[in-house]
Design a protein around this ligand. Sequence first.
Ligand SMILES: [Zn+2]
Length: 63
Amino acid sequence: MAGPVLKACKGCNFISEADICPRCGEQTSREWQGYVAVVDFEKSEIAQRMGITANGRYALKVR
Ligand SMILES: [Zn+2]
């Protein structure tokens, strides 16, 4: 049994189950690799480097 399919946004890399990103409205893709979980974006160096301005999970690569 497959669980919910997670998709990553082509615009902001945010991971969700939606076809359209709930954050920025871009299309999401099932073709993505790796992710970072940002729990405190204000203190996260990765979040700053990726331009992340909200907590959540973000894909490292989206095709
Ligand atoms: Zn997005």
